[in-house]
Design a protein around this ligand. Structure first.
Ligand SMILES: Cc1cc2nc3c(=O)[nH]c(=O)nc-3n(C[C@H](O)[C@H](O)[C@H](O)COP(=O)(O)OP(=O)(O)OC[C@H]3O[C@@H](n4cnc5c(N)ncnc54)[C@H](O)[C@@H]3O)c2cc1C
Length: 397
Protein backbone atom coordinates (compact mmCIF):
# COMPACT_ATOMS: atom_id res chain seq x y z
CA UNK A 1 0.00 0.00 0.00
CA UNK A 2 1.24 3.49 -0.80
CA UNK A 3 0.38 6.37 1.48
CA UNK A 4 0.51 10.05 0.57
CA UNK A 5 3.90 11.63 -0.12
CA UNK A 6 5.24 13.37 2.95
CA UNK A 7 4.67 16.94 1.77
CA UNK A 8 0.95 16.22 1.31
CA UNK A 9 0.22 14.22 4.48
CA UNK A 10 -1.78 16.26 7.04
CA UNK A 11 -0.97 13.84 9.87
CA UNK A 12 -4.68 13.53 10.67
CA UNK A 13 -4.22 9.88 11.70
CA UNK A 14 -7.32 8.55 9.90
CA UNK A 15 -5.33 5.81 8.12
CA UNK A 16 -3.99 4.46 11.42
CA UNK A 17 -7.41 4.59 13.04
CA UNK A 18 -9.18 2.66 10.29
CA UNK A 19 -6.61 -0.06 9.67
CA UNK A 20 -8.26 -3.34 10.78
CA UNK A 21 -4.88 -5.01 11.29
CA UNK A 22 -3.27 -2.20 13.29
CA UNK A 23 -0.57 -2.24 10.63
CA UNK A 24 -0.07 1.52 10.59
CA UNK A 25 1.99 3.29 13.19
CA UNK A 26 3.09 6.90 13.50
CA UNK A 27 6.50 8.23 14.29
CA UNK A 28 7.92 11.73 14.33
CA UNK A 29 10.40 12.91 11.72
CA UNK A 30 13.25 15.30 12.56
CA UNK A 31 10.77 18.21 12.64
CA UNK A 32 8.65 16.36 15.20
CA UNK A 33 5.61 15.87 12.93
CA UNK A 34 4.02 12.43 12.93
CA UNK A 35 3.90 10.40 9.70
CA UNK A 36 2.36 6.98 9.13
CA UNK A 37 4.27 3.90 8.10
CA UNK A 38 2.92 0.49 7.19
CA UNK A 39 4.13 -2.78 8.64
CA UNK A 40 4.25 -4.94 5.50
CA UNK A 41 4.02 -8.11 7.62
CA UNK A 42 0.63 -7.11 8.99
CA UNK A 43 -0.80 -5.33 5.91
CA UNK A 44 -3.40 -7.30 3.94
CA UNK A 45 -3.70 -4.65 1.18
CA UNK A 46 -7.37 -4.01 1.93
CA UNK A 47 -6.97 -0.42 0.65
CA UNK A 48 -8.90 1.16 3.53
CA UNK A 49 -5.99 3.47 4.40
CA UNK A 50 -6.05 4.92 0.89
CA UNK A 51 -9.82 5.15 0.86
CA UNK A 52 -9.96 7.06 4.15
CA UNK A 53 -7.14 9.51 3.37
CA UNK A 54 -8.76 12.95 2.96
CA UNK A 55 -5.96 14.43 0.83
CA UNK A 56 -7.28 15.75 -2.49
CA UNK A 57 -10.92 15.03 -1.66
CA UNK A 58 -12.14 18.40 -0.40
CA UNK A 59 -15.75 19.29 -1.10
CA UNK A 60 -16.99 22.88 -1.55
CA UNK A 61 -19.73 24.27 0.69
CA UNK A 62 -23.37 24.30 -0.41
CA UNK A 63 -24.58 27.42 -2.18
CA UNK A 64 -25.39 30.36 0.07
CA UNK A 65 -22.71 29.45 2.64
CA UNK A 66 -20.75 30.53 4.59
CA UNK A 67 -22.61 33.21 6.51
CA UNK A 68 -20.46 35.42 8.68
CA UNK A 69 -20.87 36.75 12.22
CA UNK A 70 -18.90 38.59 14.83
CA UNK A 71 -19.50 36.67 18.06
CA UNK A 72 -18.61 36.99 21.72
CA UNK A 73 -19.52 34.88 24.71
CA UNK A 74 -21.71 36.60 27.31
CA UNK A 75 -19.45 35.52 30.18
CA UNK A 76 -16.38 37.69 30.85
CA UNK A 77 -14.68 34.73 32.54
CA UNK A 78 -15.08 32.57 29.41
CA UNK A 79 -13.79 35.40 27.22
CA UNK A 80 -10.71 35.80 29.41
CA UNK A 81 -9.91 32.08 29.25
CA UNK A 82 -10.51 31.73 25.48
CA UNK A 83 -8.24 32.85 22.65
CA UNK A 84 -10.78 35.05 20.95
CA UNK A 85 -14.53 35.33 21.64
CA UNK A 86 -15.14 32.00 23.40
CA UNK A 87 -17.17 30.43 20.62
CA UNK A 88 -15.72 26.98 21.23
CA UNK A 89 -17.15 27.10 24.76
CA UNK A 90 -20.53 28.40 23.58
CA UNK A 91 -20.90 25.73 20.88
CA UNK A 92 -19.69 22.86 23.03
CA UNK A 93 -22.10 23.82 25.83
CA UNK A 94 -25.01 24.30 23.50
CA UNK A 95 -24.65 21.18 21.40
CA UNK A 96 -22.94 18.70 23.72
CA UNK A 97 -22.44 19.36 27.45
CA UNK A 98 -25.95 20.67 28.15
CA UNK A 99 -27.26 17.44 26.59
CA UNK A 100 -24.93 15.08 28.52
CA UNK A 101 -22.78 14.71 25.42
CA UNK A 102 -19.02 14.79 24.82
CA UNK A 103 -16.51 17.28 23.48
CA UNK A 104 -13.29 16.61 21.58
CA UNK A 105 -10.54 19.22 21.34
CA UNK A 106 -6.85 19.90 21.80
CA UNK A 107 -5.39 20.04 25.31
CA UNK A 108 -1.96 19.97 26.95
CA UNK A 109 -0.67 16.86 28.65
CA UNK A 110 1.50 17.09 31.79
CA UNK A 111 4.54 17.95 29.69
CA UNK A 112 2.63 20.60 27.73
CA UNK A 113 2.57 18.55 24.56
CA UNK A 114 -0.65 18.90 22.57
CA UNK A 115 -3.11 16.03 22.09
CA UNK A 116 -6.76 15.66 21.16
CA UNK A 117 -8.78 14.51 24.15
CA UNK A 118 -12.38 13.69 24.99
CA UNK A 119 -14.28 15.57 27.72
CA UNK A 120 -17.65 14.86 29.30
CA UNK A 121 -17.85 17.84 31.62
CA UNK A 122 -17.01 21.53 31.87
CA UNK A 123 -13.73 20.88 33.72
CA UNK A 124 -12.46 18.56 30.96
CA UNK A 125 -13.62 20.97 28.26
CA UNK A 126 -11.89 23.92 29.99
CA UNK A 127 -8.51 22.26 29.28
CA UNK A 128 -9.27 22.45 25.57
CA UNK A 129 -9.84 26.19 25.60
CA UNK A 130 -7.22 28.37 24.00
CA UNK A 131 -5.09 28.01 20.88
CA UNK A 132 -2.02 25.84 21.13
CA UNK A 133 0.18 26.34 18.10
CA UNK A 134 2.05 22.99 17.90
CA UNK A 135 0.22 20.34 15.90
CA UNK A 136 -2.02 18.29 18.14
CA UNK A 137 -1.78 14.50 18.07
CA UNK A 138 -5.00 12.82 16.98
CA UNK A 139 -4.50 9.24 18.12
CA UNK A 140 -6.44 6.20 16.80
CA UNK A 141 -8.04 5.80 20.27
CA UNK A 142 -9.63 9.23 19.85
CA UNK A 143 -11.23 8.16 16.57
CA UNK A 144 -12.47 4.97 18.20
CA UNK A 145 -13.92 6.78 21.23
CA UNK A 146 -15.68 9.24 18.91
CA UNK A 147 -17.16 6.41 16.85
CA UNK A 148 -18.35 4.75 20.04
CA UNK A 149 -19.94 7.98 21.29
CA UNK A 150 -21.84 8.48 18.06
CA UNK A 151 -22.99 4.86 17.87
CA UNK A 152 -24.32 5.21 21.41
CA UNK A 153 -26.19 8.32 20.29
CA UNK A 154 -24.33 10.94 22.24
CA UNK A 155 -24.30 14.56 21.12
CA UNK A 156 -20.73 15.41 20.22
CA UNK A 157 -18.75 18.54 19.38
CA UNK A 158 -15.48 17.88 17.57
CA UNK A 159 -13.17 20.87 17.35
CA UNK A 160 -9.90 20.80 15.40
CA UNK A 161 -7.98 22.22 12.48
CA UNK A 162 -9.81 21.71 9.15
CA UNK A 163 -7.37 19.03 7.94
CA UNK A 164 -7.99 17.00 11.10
CA UNK A 165 -11.74 17.35 10.68
CA UNK A 166 -11.38 16.22 7.05
CA UNK A 167 -9.73 13.05 8.38
CA UNK A 168 -12.42 12.49 11.00
CA UNK A 169 -15.25 13.08 8.53
CA UNK A 170 -13.69 10.64 6.11
CA UNK A 171 -13.19 8.01 8.84
CA UNK A 172 -16.83 8.28 9.98
CA UNK A 173 -18.04 8.10 6.37
CA UNK A 174 -15.97 4.95 5.69
CA UNK A 175 -17.34 3.40 8.89
CA UNK A 176 -20.89 4.46 7.95
CA UNK A 177 -21.37 6.20 11.30
CA UNK A 178 -24.43 8.49 11.33
CA UNK A 179 -23.47 12.16 11.57
CA UNK A 180 -26.72 13.71 12.85
CA UNK A 181 -25.40 14.05 16.40
CA UNK A 182 -21.98 15.52 15.69
CA UNK A 183 -21.21 19.18 15.26
CA UNK A 184 -17.83 19.92 13.68
CA UNK A 185 -16.07 23.14 14.60
CA UNK A 186 -12.96 23.99 12.59
CA UNK A 187 -10.45 26.81 13.03
CA UNK A 188 -9.08 29.38 10.67
CA UNK A 189 -5.55 28.04 10.64
CA UNK A 190 -2.25 29.71 9.87
CA UNK A 191 -0.42 26.37 10.07
CA UNK A 192 0.49 23.83 12.73
CA UNK A 193 3.87 24.38 14.37
CA UNK A 194 6.54 21.77 15.03
CA UNK A 195 6.07 19.78 18.24
CA UNK A 196 9.86 19.16 18.27
CA UNK A 197 10.74 22.86 18.36
CA UNK A 198 8.12 23.41 21.06
CA UNK A 199 9.48 20.53 23.16
CA UNK A 200 13.01 21.77 22.75
CA UNK A 201 12.04 25.27 23.90
CA UNK A 202 10.13 23.95 26.91
CA UNK A 203 13.11 21.86 27.91
CA UNK A 204 15.40 24.90 27.73
CA UNK A 205 12.93 26.95 29.83
CA UNK A 206 12.56 24.30 32.53
CA UNK A 207 16.30 23.70 32.71
CA UNK A 208 16.77 27.37 33.54
CA UNK A 209 13.62 28.19 35.55
CA UNK A 210 12.32 24.86 36.83
CA UNK A 211 9.35 22.77 35.75
CA UNK A 212 6.46 24.60 34.15
CA UNK A 213 3.07 24.62 35.87
CA UNK A 214 1.06 26.70 33.42
CA UNK A 215 1.37 27.60 29.77
CA UNK A 216 -0.93 29.75 27.68
CA UNK A 217 -0.24 30.75 24.10
CA UNK A 218 -2.75 33.54 24.04
CA UNK A 219 -2.89 34.98 27.56
CA UNK A 220 -4.89 38.17 27.56
CA UNK A 221 -2.96 39.81 30.44
CA UNK A 222 -1.73 42.57 28.10
CA UNK A 223 -4.93 42.82 26.08
CA UNK A 224 -6.39 40.75 23.27
CA UNK A 225 -4.27 42.39 20.56
CA UNK A 226 -1.01 41.15 22.13
CA UNK A 227 -0.21 37.48 21.46
CA UNK A 228 1.40 36.71 24.81
CA UNK A 229 2.97 33.35 25.63
CA UNK A 230 2.44 33.00 29.38
CA UNK A 231 4.82 30.71 31.25
CA UNK A 232 4.42 29.97 34.96
CA UNK A 233 6.72 27.77 37.06
CA UNK A 234 6.42 26.68 40.70
CA UNK A 235 8.33 29.83 41.69
CA UNK A 236 6.02 32.16 39.81
CA UNK A 237 5.19 33.87 36.54
CA UNK A 238 8.30 34.01 34.32
CA UNK A 239 6.55 35.42 31.25
CA UNK A 240 8.37 38.74 31.23
CA UNK A 241 11.78 37.25 32.04
CA UNK A 242 11.40 34.53 29.43
CA UNK A 243 10.04 36.84 26.75
CA UNK A 244 13.41 37.72 25.24
CA UNK A 245 15.27 34.46 25.84
CA UNK A 246 12.48 32.18 24.72
CA UNK A 247 10.89 34.22 21.99
CA UNK A 248 8.73 31.43 20.61
CA UNK A 249 6.56 33.83 18.61
CA UNK A 250 9.58 35.40 16.91
CA UNK A 251 10.77 31.96 15.84
CA UNK A 252 7.21 30.96 14.85
CA UNK A 253 6.84 34.14 12.81
CA UNK A 254 9.73 33.03 10.59
CA UNK A 255 7.04 30.62 9.24
CA UNK A 256 9.70 27.91 8.90
CA UNK A 257 8.29 25.54 11.52
CA UNK A 258 4.92 24.69 9.97
CA UNK A 259 4.08 21.16 8.89
CA UNK A 260 5.08 20.88 5.18
CA UNK A 261 1.46 20.22 4.08
CA UNK A 262 0.42 23.57 5.62
CA UNK A 263 2.17 25.45 2.81
CA UNK A 264 -0.25 23.96 0.27
CA UNK A 265 -3.24 23.63 2.60
CA UNK A 266 -6.47 23.22 0.57
CA UNK A 267 -8.46 24.49 3.57
CA UNK A 268 -6.81 27.90 3.57
CA UNK A 269 -9.90 28.76 1.60
CA UNK A 270 -13.66 28.64 1.99
CA UNK A 271 -13.67 24.83 1.58
CA UNK A 272 -14.53 24.61 5.25
CA UNK A 273 -14.75 21.23 6.99
CA UNK A 274 -16.57 22.38 10.12
CA UNK A 275 -20.26 23.12 10.41
CA UNK A 276 -18.90 26.22 12.07
CA UNK A 277 -15.51 27.90 11.57
CA UNK A 278 -14.06 29.98 14.40
CA UNK A 279 -11.22 32.48 14.17
CA UNK A 280 -9.99 35.80 15.47
CA UNK A 281 -11.83 38.93 14.46
CA UNK A 282 -8.90 41.25 13.93
CA UNK A 283 -10.50 44.28 12.29
CA UNK A 284 -13.70 44.56 14.31
CA UNK A 285 -12.73 47.77 16.08
CA UNK A 286 -12.71 49.68 12.79
CA UNK A 287 -15.69 47.87 11.23
CA UNK A 288 -18.06 47.69 14.20
CA UNK A 289 -16.73 49.78 17.09
CA UNK A 290 -19.94 49.29 19.10
CA UNK A 291 -19.57 45.50 19.06
CA UNK A 292 -15.82 45.56 19.78
CA UNK A 293 -14.77 44.29 23.18
CA UNK A 294 -11.27 44.33 24.71
CA UNK A 295 -11.68 40.76 26.00
CA UNK A 296 -11.97 39.33 22.48
CA UNK A 297 -14.44 38.61 19.71
CA UNK A 298 -14.49 35.60 17.38
CA UNK A 299 -15.23 35.57 13.71
CA UNK A 300 -17.83 32.85 13.19
CA UNK A 301 -18.61 31.23 9.85
CA UNK A 302 -21.84 29.29 9.57
CA UNK A 303 -21.04 26.72 6.89
CA UNK A 304 -23.98 24.31 6.81
CA UNK A 305 -27.73 24.20 7.24
CA UNK A 306 -27.18 22.18 10.43
CA UNK A 307 -25.11 25.04 11.86
CA UNK A 308 -27.57 27.66 10.73
CA UNK A 309 -30.32 25.93 12.73
CA UNK A 310 -28.22 26.49 15.88
CA UNK A 311 -27.78 30.22 15.45
CA UNK A 312 -30.98 31.19 17.30
CA UNK A 313 -30.04 28.96 20.27
CA UNK A 314 -26.47 30.21 20.19
CA UNK A 315 -27.75 33.69 21.03
CA UNK A 316 -28.55 32.36 24.54
CA UNK A 317 -24.82 31.89 25.15
CA UNK A 318 -23.30 34.60 22.99
CA UNK A 319 -23.88 37.96 21.34
CA UNK A 320 -23.90 37.69 17.57
CA UNK A 321 -23.67 40.33 14.89
CA UNK A 322 -24.31 39.37 11.28
CA UNK A 323 -21.58 40.85 9.05
CA UNK A 324 -20.69 40.70 5.34
CA UNK A 325 -18.39 37.75 4.55
CA UNK A 326 -15.81 40.14 3.05
CA UNK A 327 -15.30 41.70 6.48
CA UNK A 328 -14.07 38.49 8.12
CA UNK A 329 -11.94 37.31 5.20
CA UNK A 330 -8.28 36.99 6.11
CA UNK A 331 -5.14 35.53 4.57
CA UNK A 332 -5.72 31.92 5.65
CA UNK A 333 -9.27 31.92 4.30
CA UNK A 334 -7.83 32.85 0.92
CA UNK A 335 -4.41 31.23 0.59
CA UNK A 336 -2.01 29.03 2.55
CA UNK A 337 0.95 30.40 4.45
CA UNK A 338 3.90 30.84 2.08
CA UNK A 339 6.86 28.48 2.49
CA UNK A 340 9.84 30.70 3.31
CA UNK A 341 13.03 30.40 1.25
CA UNK A 342 15.14 29.81 4.40
CA UNK A 343 13.11 26.81 5.63
CA UNK A 344 15.87 24.26 4.95
CA UNK A 345 18.44 26.46 6.67
CA UNK A 346 16.12 26.72 9.67
CA UNK A 347 15.93 22.95 10.06
CA UNK A 348 19.69 22.46 9.58
CA UNK A 349 20.16 25.01 12.36
CA UNK A 350 17.73 23.10 14.61
CA UNK A 351 19.46 19.76 13.88
CA UNK A 352 22.86 21.28 14.72
CA UNK A 353 22.03 23.54 17.64
CA UNK A 354 18.48 22.81 18.86
CA UNK A 355 16.40 25.57 20.45
CA UNK A 356 19.50 27.67 21.34
CA UNK A 357 20.41 27.95 17.66
CA UNK A 358 16.90 28.86 16.61
CA UNK A 359 16.71 31.43 19.35
CA UNK A 360 20.05 32.92 18.26
CA UNK A 361 19.28 33.03 14.56
CA UNK A 362 15.50 33.51 14.45
CA UNK A 363 14.51 34.66 17.93
CA UNK A 364 15.99 38.12 17.67
CA UNK A 365 14.20 40.16 15.11
CA UNK A 366 16.08 42.39 12.68
CA UNK A 367 15.37 46.11 13.05
CA UNK A 368 12.79 45.99 10.23
CA UNK A 369 11.02 42.95 11.69
CA UNK A 370 11.10 44.52 15.16
CA UNK A 371 9.32 47.56 13.79
CA UNK A 372 6.84 45.31 11.96
CA UNK A 373 6.09 42.93 14.88
CA UNK A 374 6.38 45.29 17.84
CA UNK A 375 5.05 48.52 16.37
CA UNK A 376 3.12 48.06 13.13
CA UNK A 377 1.32 44.76 13.94
CA UNK A 378 0.09 45.81 17.43
CA UNK A 379 -0.88 49.21 16.05
CA UNK A 380 -2.83 47.65 13.16
CA UNK A 381 -4.52 45.27 15.63
CA UNK A 382 -5.43 48.18 17.90
CA UNK A 383 -6.76 50.22 15.00
CA UNK A 384 -8.63 47.22 13.64
CA UNK A 385 -6.88 47.24 10.26
CA UNK A 386 -4.73 44.13 10.71
CA UNK A 387 -6.35 41.96 8.04
CA UNK A 388 -6.43 44.86 5.65
CA UNK A 389 -2.71 45.49 6.19
CA UNK A 390 -1.88 41.77 5.71
CA UNK A 391 -3.88 41.71 2.47
CA UNK A 392 -2.04 44.74 1.09
CA UNK A 393 1.30 43.23 2.14
CA UNK A 394 0.47 39.82 0.55
CA UNK A 395 -0.57 41.48 -2.72
CA UNK A 396 2.73 43.39 -2.85
CA UNK A 397 4.98 40.42 -1.95
C1 LIG B 1 -2.55 26.21 15.00
C2 LIG B 1 -3.58 27.31 15.01
C3 LIG B 1 -3.52 28.34 14.06
C4 LIG B 1 -4.49 29.35 14.06
N1 LIG B 1 -4.42 30.33 13.10
C5 LIG B 1 -5.38 31.30 13.06
C6 LIG B 1 -5.35 32.31 12.05
O1 LIG B 1 -4.45 32.38 11.22
N2 LIG B 1 -6.37 33.22 12.04
C7 LIG B 1 -7.41 33.18 12.95
O2 LIG B 1 -8.29 34.00 12.88
N3 LIG B 1 -7.43 32.23 13.91
C8 LIG B 1 -6.46 31.29 13.98
N4 LIG B 1 -6.52 30.30 14.94
C9 LIG B 1 -7.73 30.21 15.79
C10 LIG B 1 -7.75 31.19 16.93
O3 LIG B 1 -6.49 31.29 17.52
C11 LIG B 1 -8.77 30.77 18.02
O4 LIG B 1 -8.51 29.46 18.40
C12 LIG B 1 -10.16 30.81 17.53
O5 LIG B 1 -10.44 32.15 17.26
C13 LIG B 1 -11.14 30.23 18.53
O6 LIG B 1 -11.17 30.97 19.67
P1 LIG B 1 -12.33 30.82 20.75
O7 LIG B 1 -12.14 31.91 21.73
O8 LIG B 1 -13.65 30.72 20.06
O9 LIG B 1 -12.09 29.40 21.34
P2 LIG B 1 -11.02 28.80 22.35
O10 LIG B 1 -11.66 28.47 23.62
O11 LIG B 1 -9.81 29.60 22.39
O12 LIG B 1 -10.81 27.37 21.70
C14 LIG B 1 -9.79 27.02 20.89
C15 LIG B 1 -10.19 25.77 20.14
O13 LIG B 1 -9.10 25.44 19.32
C16 LIG B 1 -8.80 24.08 19.47
N5 LIG B 1 -7.35 23.97 19.36
C17 LIG B 1 -6.44 24.60 20.13
N6 LIG B 1 -5.20 24.24 19.74
C18 LIG B 1 -5.34 23.37 18.73
C19 LIG B 1 -4.42 22.62 17.96
N7 LIG B 1 -3.10 22.70 18.11
N8 LIG B 1 -4.91 21.81 17.00
C20 LIG B 1 -6.25 21.69 16.82
N9 LIG B 1 -7.17 22.36 17.54
C21 LIG B 1 -6.71 23.19 18.47
C22 LIG B 1 -9.28 23.67 20.84
O14 LIG B 1 -9.63 22.33 20.84
C23 LIG B 1 -10.47 24.57 21.02
O15 LIG B 1 -11.58 23.93 20.52
C24 LIG B 1 -5.54 29.31 15.01
C25 LIG B 1 -5.59 28.31 15.97
C26 LIG B 1 -4.62 27.31 15.98
C27 LIG B 1 -4.72 26.23 17.02
Amino acid sequence: MELQPKEKCFGCGACGAICPREAISFSPDKEGFLYPSIDAQKCVSCGLCQKVCPVGKEIPLAEGYPKAYAAKHKSGEVLYRSSSGGMFTALSDLWALHQGGTVYGAAFDRDFQVHHLRAQDAAGRAKMRGSKYPQSRLAPEVYHALEQDLRSQKDVVFSATPCQIAGVRSYLACKKVPLEQILFVDLVCHGAASPAVWRSMLQAVSEKYGALKEVSFRAKDEGVSVHLLKLVTASGDITQKAKKEYAFYNVYSSLCMMRPSCYSCPYSSLKRQGDFTIGDYADLKRQHPDFFCEEGVSSLLVNTEKAEKQVVKLRQEAELLSVPLAEVMQQNLEMPTKCPAQREKFWSCFAREGWDGLQRHYGRLSFTRRVIFHVIVPLCRKLGIYNLAVKIYMKKS
